[in-house]
Design a binder for this molecule. Structure first.
Ligand SMILES: [Zn+2]
Length: 128
């Protein structure tokens, strides 16, 4: 049975979700703050309830963030182990050992990944 999405596309989707997830969560909290501020004058007990609801909502937000990061890193690592870049899907991934451990670097798009599959920012002079 053919797979619906290639692995690189799944990684791109997971990476995009991860990049905008925290901004989206912050926007939801900001919107809730505006709603709670308006509710202070109309229904004060509702505003108090929203404060507790927002605090309790932090738990699933953090759990979803952790799962999203784990899925993205696992997908990136599976591509990197096959010698492919998770971002551009080319076969020009090189490795080098630094103080932070093994780092993967794509010669095509110049993205760098740690040995756990996480995006890392490397200065051009340090990458060689
Ligand atoms: Zn690449």
């Amino acid at each position: 049975m053919p797979r619906a999405y290639p692995s690189s596309m799944l990684h791109t989707i997971a990476r995009t979700l991860r990049r905008y997830y925290l901004g989206g969560a912050f926007a939801c909290y900001l919107l809730s703050f505006v709603l709670a501020f308006v509710m202070v004058f109309a229904l004060p007990i509702g505003a108090l309830g929203m404060v507790f609801l927002a605090l309790m909502a932090l738990i699933p937000v953090v759990i979803c963030w952790t799962i999203l990061c784990a899925v993205e890193h696992r997908l990136a690592l599976s591509k990197l182990r096959r010698g492919k870049c998770p971002t551009c899907n080319c076969n020009a991934v090189t490795t080098w050992e630094g103080v932070a451990g093994v780092t993967f670097r794509c010669a095509g798009c110049r993205d760098c990944f740690s040995e756990s599959g996480q995006d890392v920012a490397v200065e051009e002079s340090a990458a060689g």
